[in-house]
Each structure stands twice: as C-alpha cells, then as structure tokens.
Design a protein around this ligand. Sequence first.
Ligand code: ZN
Length: 155
Amino acid sequence: MSTRIRLDDLTSDQLDELYATNQRLNRRAQRLESELAAYRRAVTQWEISERGTYIPHSSLRAIGKASGVDILGSVRHLKHFQRAEQAEAAIARVRNLHHQDGDHCAICTTDFGRLNAPWPCDTIRALDQPAHNAGPSVAECAQADRNWDVQKAGE
Ligand SMILES: [Zn+2]
C-alpha cells in the first residue's frame, strides 16, 4: 500500500485524480451490476431438479448477449433448434395469410369468384398433412430436447 497523504496536504491535481478514479470505479460498478442483472434474469428461467438442470435456449441466448459470446452459434444442436423455430415461424406466417373467409380461403379466392378456393385451400391442406410416421412425435422431440442439456452435462 502506498503512503497515504493527509487530506489537507492534497494538491488540486491529486484531488482531481481521486475524483476521476471514483467516477471510473462507479461506472465500472454500474456496468457490472447491469451485467449481473442480465445473468440473474437468464438464470431465473432454469429448471433445476434432482434429474439435472435444464437451461432454456432463451436463457443461453440472454447469457450470450450479456457476455458478448455467441454461445448458440457454437452448438450444432442449437442451430437445428433455431432452424426449427424459423421454419415454424414461416409456417405460421403462411397460415396467417391463408385464412378462412366464410366457405373460402381469403387469399386464394379473388374478387368475382374467378379463382374460387373452398376452405381449406390446397396450401392449408398441404400444411395439415400429417408428417411421416418414421420419426419421433413432437412431444418426444421436445422431451429429447429437454434431456439433451442434462445428458451433455453428464458426459
Ligand atoms: Zn389459401
């Protein structure tokens, strides 16, 4: 520890230096408190049980954002998850566009009935076709997704 200067003996420059240091430390504390709050918000989404800890993707995303590290980009499994999310969003947009208007599809039926598409239209029927039965169900995929982090932690 350096020798302490008595307050009455401080020069104006030394006092300025002390104020600058104080300001710098206050800004640092504020930045760290803000980062800590972001981590705490992300961790509140975790599910911790006897079986293990499940960390939702949104939590990983929030931690990555707070730490400035691209966590999701480095995990192949999560890239697939993001692609599935994007595909689901695209399907939702198509379903929003092709909506029922009376007995017809609002988007596939033109004025004066020249193009007349009874509800559900071909697009909606194509979306509603059941997926092939060879793979796991959506519920099974969701469960596998939840177990993945637990299994990875156990490796
Ligand atoms: Zn349609």
